[in-house]
Design a protein around this ligand. Structure first.
Ligand code: ADP
Ligand code: MG
Length: 211
């Protein structure tokens, strides 16, 4: 199976709808270890993304992803805006001009997104950030492809790993971002960014399974 531009549009719409739906939950998670704005930040950005998608129906996947990225950078704010924005921009760069993506190209886009977040935010695994959900997703996706899985089964494995990574942030001590100001008191709470990363991963899988 290949991803089409229509999948990427549907994915962006689905993330926007679920972020709106989960806005208060994401903000509550951020209230526990941050400044209670993560859901509000993302909802603001993806609401603007929604208004830009209709103009993108005839473009390539790279253009769609880059448009989402620039929109997030300029509208989300907080730490997560530049980080997610960079992720979408980097994924858009490696898919520039592509109308469809095969499994290997999806792996390249996911890897570029992860590297973009790491370059921008300087976090590594185990610091209680979105990296703890996204890095296992990329690893599991690549491992599944290497084992011979096609796109959708590989994405299913990847989303499971992402969910486990999100849950694994609960006992972690935060050493990056606002949550690190809390020191030991950050332990015992699920990271908001890891949670929104899982929301996006789940949306990607649901779109691929549903179309
Ligand atoms: P802010 O912390 O500026 O209020 P948000 O609340 O929107 O921004 O996002 C917080 C999330 O951003 C955290 O839960 C964490 O997952 C992520 N985050 C913060 N700093 C970093 C970083 N350096 N690298 C990766 N992710 C980070
Ligand atoms: Mg915050």
């Amino acid at each position: 199976m290949h991803i089409q531009a229509a999948h990427v549009i549907r994915f962006s719409e689905t993330v926007a709808a679920r972020v709106k739906d989960q806005r208060d939950y994401l903000t509550e998670l951020d209230a526990a270890i941050g400044d209670a704005d993560h859901g509000v930040n993302l909802d603001r950005g993806f609401s603007v993304v929604l208004t830009r998608l209709p103009g993108l129906a005839e473009t390539d996947i790279g253009t769609i992803l880059k448009t989402v990225g620039t929109t997030l950078v300029s509208t989300v704010g907080g730490a997560s805006g530049p980080l997610y924005g960079t992720a979408f921009l980097r994924a858009g760069m490696v898919t520039a001009g592509c109308r469809t993506l095969g499994p290997a190209e999806v792996a390249a886009a996911l890897t570029a997104a992860l590297e973009g977040i790491q370059t921008r935010g300087k976090a590594t695994r185990g610091e209680k950030t979105m990296i703890d959900a996204i890095a296992p997703l990329v690893d599991a996706f690549q491992a599944a492809l290497a084992a011979g899985d096609d796109l959708v089964p590989a994405m299913r494995q990847a989303v499971q790993a992402c969910e486990a990574g999100m849950r694994a942030t609960i006992p972690m001590l935060a050493t990056k971002g606002r949550a690190s100001y809390l020191g030991e008191r950050s332990i015992g709470h699920q990271d908001p960014g890891a949670t929104s990363a899982y929301l996006m991963a789940r949306a990607m899988l649901d779109v691929l399974e549903g179309m």
